[in-house]
Design a binder for this molecule. Structure first.
Ligand SMILES: [Zn+2]
Ligand SMILES: [Zn+2]
Ligand SMILES: [Zn+2]
Length: 253
């Protein structure tokens, strides 16, 4: 049995957004409280952490995750990456560099910004992370067989993933048909639904609903939502089988 935990379901600002006094940010409904995006996939002793926001440490403590055996970075925007330092402790615990899956464009940016995690230096006897550069072909992390799904988010290349009948589609504004085909037959879909208005780097909610409809999963979960998404109001306009995820939600896939 494989589990997915939605650790954080917010967009880059989180909800409440600092210094905003809108109704959603007032948190009358606690389901609107969203830390920044990450998920954890658990298959027995294999634990894959997908994205590392500022709040990852608190998210993993809250969910009782006691180890990580692999990490996956969808893209190097700060809200997905800024908690990366805390992957050091996974490497400490395992006694070996952590397998770290990412595309070559993401590797260039991440290894330049955080060289001390990848390369030996005067403070380190060994690096913390062992990059596995995604080339489009499936990769294995112990029992998990992972199919990378490549798409765009504005100009940025994003590596989303499929594991069995489950897929995560992170920040997205377009996808080529050849990659879209890899989502055929997905029964449980998690997808970034960041905004309501038309946006150059994100599908808006209408586009997300259309995208879900094309894949036609049994169940879809919205994540990466900003403060224009009130839980109750959003649920009321979503088609059957589509719900907003909430922080801490755990599902079996
Ligand atoms: Zn994002
Ligand atoms: Zn607000
Ligand atoms: Zn992004």
């Amino acid at each position: 049995m494989t589990s997915v935990i939605f650790n954080g379901t917010g967009s880059s600002t989180g909800v409440p957004q600092l210094f905003c006094s809108c109704d959603v940010c007032k948190l009358k409904d606690p389901r609107n409280k969203r830390t920044r995006f990450s998920i954890t996939v658990i298959e027995r002793e294999t634990v894959l952490q997908v994205d590392f926001p500022f709040e990852m440490r608190q998210q993993l403590l809250r969910s009782g995750i006691d180890h990580i055996t692999g990490a996956w970075l969808t893209h190097p925007h700060s809200d997905h990456l800024s908690g990366i330092d805390d992957l050091r402790m996974a490497s400490f615990r395992n006694g070996t560099p952590l397998p770290f899956f990412l595309n070559s464009e993401t590797y260039e940016i991440t290894s330049t910004r955080y060289p001390y995690l990848f390369f030996e230096n005067e403070y380190l006897t060994r690096p913390f992370l062992r990059p596995v550069i995604l080339d489009g072909t499936p990769v294995d992390l112990d029992d998990l067989h992972i199919i990378p799904i490549r798409h765009l988010h504005g100009e940025m290349v994003v590596s989303s993933l499929r594991i069995g009948d489950f897929a995560l589609v992170a920040d997205i504004s377009s996808i080529e048909e050849s990659e879209f085909k890899k989502l055929k037959g997905v029964r449980t879909l998690a997808i970034a639904a960041t905004v309501h208005k038309v946006h150059p780097r994100h599908f808006n909610l209408d586009q997300v609903i259309e995208f879900i409809d094309r894949i036609s999963p049994d169940q879809a979960y919205l994540t990466h939502m900003n403060h224009t998404f009130d839980y109750e109001e959003t649920l009321a306009v979503l088609p059957k089988g589509v719900v907003p995820a909430t922080d801490g939600l755990r599902i079996e896939i």
